[in-house]
Write a protein that binds this ligand. Sequence first.
Ligand code: FES
Length: 169
Amino acid sequence: MSNNRVSRRQFLSYTLTGVGGFMAAGMLMPMVRFAIDPVLQNHGGGDFVETSLKVADITEEPTKVDFTFEQLDAWYKSDVTNVAWVYKSGDKIIALSPVCKHLGCMVDWNADSGHPEQFFCPCHAGRYTKDGGNVAGTPPLGPLDEYDVQEKDGLLLIGPTKANTLVKK
Ligand code: FES
């Protein structure tokens, strides 16, 4: 017979420690899971957002297009509405960001009667050409950003912004 006999006291102590450990893990695991859940979420690809604009209806005149997408900020989900100025240049669909490169106001198309056929920023009279190029002598120092675009089932999809590729440097 072995001399390493477990006393009743030791047996109870080991058993209670084990059960306590399991109970603690059972309580902590959901908390840990909740804390890191946003990191574990698979958000998939597909950063493109469907708009209600039919590609066939896009003309050479810039049109303001609203699009809404769900934004997840850690645990908080909210609907965000964004805007693009969309037009056709030949067969190419152009979608420009409305965010002025000076201090972030929203530009408008053809809003300044003194400078027609341009994007106009009402905050400090910034101006941009149709391709988003900033007009020299006005406050913005860079061109409007562009959105990636796609077509699906005849509708326009708008993706992430990128640096303007239309303006010659
Ligand atoms: S924010 Fe547009 S010109 Fe200043």
